[in-house]
Design a protein around this ligand. Structure first.
Ligand SMILES: *Cc1c(COP(=O)(O)O)cnc(C)c1O
Length: 393
């Protein structure tokens, strides 16, 4: 295959060589079950403990507050469903945002069918949660607020500290889906009053199929997978030792040089953003300029279809996304882009580019030129564009 320019790191990342190297011995050498008492198993247990300690430290949490799961979706499902069922004695009302990942939104729909009430708080045109609206939504029977740390489509960072404080004052549980933010921006669960937090290894150069749910000590939510006594009896199933070890290694690397990595990626991001905004007419950047993940770009191009753009970028070896990975393949425009007020046509013409440290300035030039050429070509074929030009002249 020709060279690939990978700009879809919000969908998944390449497992780093360090994470892979850390994992390999746990497949065929240290393959013991971590719950056994012989030495082979003890090695696995030790490795899991080390990864758990690394992760706990990265959040300012205690090791027993970290529960490994099979990814971000499982952590989100667990947090919402188990919190709802464990606290229903207090009430059956949940507050979330209109721009959550489907792992949260579809779980809320599931809970609604089971008699819970969910309020979906809106966002402004930059994608930032309307905190006043959130405050007004709180009722005596509200048991949970779940708002994501950073949005997976437009990269907007939410006012998590403010939300945490509101939740704490009202004694309401606060969960945050930090899958996009964890390992990319600093997070301290105590400073931010976070009670539960979801994360996933494959979004920060770890392996796929492993994540965790942080559950603050004292938060009594039921177990999610029933069976063995793993994860202190709250999440049964033989530990995914290689996955957990790879996760730990990825976290270590992400946190060690976070500021440096972010600065480097942000520079590439801003370069590409400016270049495209300057060179491609009828194009805008979605999301907030400042309160944004360091690696996220989301453009809307008038008069074109995001799907055609993606296919033509792929021909040039560029991997990108329109809307979120989960919605591509369906014709519905992204719920996030609609929530920030984009009309349907403009939401359809959107392009998400999410960078990593492996990208280079040369690639940014190549990508900007490719976008310019393809958008131009697609517009030449667009009756909407033809119409617009005719009317304008
Ligand atoms: C990717 C993602 C998830 C799902 O995580 P998986 O590990 O793929 O299940 C959940 N929330 C957000 C914000 C994500 O970006």
């Amino acid at each position: 295959m020709d060279k690939i320019i990978y700009l879809d790191n919000a969908a998944t990342t390449k497992t780093s060589p360090e994470a892979l190297a850390a994992m390999l011995p746990y497949f065929s050498e240290h393959y013991g079950n971590a719950s056994t008492i012989y030495r082979l198993g003890a090695e696995s247990k030790k490795a899991v403990t080390e990864a758990r300690d690394t992760i706990a430290k990265s959040l300012g949490a205690e090791s027993p507050e970290i529960y490994f799961t099979a990814g971000g979706s499982e952590a989100d499902n667990w947090a919402l469903i188990a919190a709802a069922e464990s606290y229903e004695g207090k009430g059956k009302h949940i507050i979330t945002s209109a721009v959550e990942h489907h792992a949260v939104l579809h779980t809320c729909r599931y809970l609604e069918k089971r008699g819970y009430e969910v309020t979906y708080v809106g966002v402004d045109e930059k994608g930032i949660l309307k905190v006043e609206e959130l405050k007004k939504a709180i009722r005596p029977d509200t048991i949970l607020i779940s708002v994501m740390f950073a949005n997976n489509e437009i990269g907007t960072l939410q006012p998590v500290a403010e939300i945490g404080e509101i939740a704490r004052k009202k004694s309401i549980l606060f969960h945050t889906d930090a899958v996009q933010a964890y390992g990319h921006v600093p997070i301290n669960v105590d400073d931010l009053h976070i009670d539960m937090l979801s994360a996933s290894a494959h979004k920060l150069h770890g392996p796929k199929g492993v994540g965790f749910l942080y559950i603050r000590k004292g938060v009594k939510i039921r177990s999610f997978i029933h069976g063995g006594a793993q994860e202190r009896g709250r999440r049964a199933g033989t530990e995914n030792v290689p996955g957990i070890v790879g996760f730990g290694a990825a976290v270590k690397a992400a946190f060690e040089g976070m500021e440096e990595h972010s600065a480097k990626i942000q520079k590439l991001r801003d370069y590409l953003t400016e270049k495209v905004l300057n060179e491609v007419p009828f194009c805008r950047l979605n999301g907030d300029r400042e309160k944004r993940l360091p690696n996220n770009i989301n453009f809307s191009f008038d008069f074109i279809e995001g799907e055609s753009l993606l296919m033509m970028l792929d021909m040039k070896g560029i991997c990108a996304s329109s809307g979120s990975a989960c919605t591509s393949g369906s014709l519905d425009p992204s719920h996030v882009l609609l929530a920030i007020g984009l009309p349907h046509e403009r939401a359809h013409g959107s392009l998400r580019l999410t960078l990593s440290e492996e990208n280079t300035l040369d690639e940014m030039d190549y990508v900007a030129d490719a976008i310019k050429e393809i958008v131009d070509r697609l517009r030449q074929m667009s009756p909407l564009y033809e119409d617009f030009i005719k009317r304008r002249n």
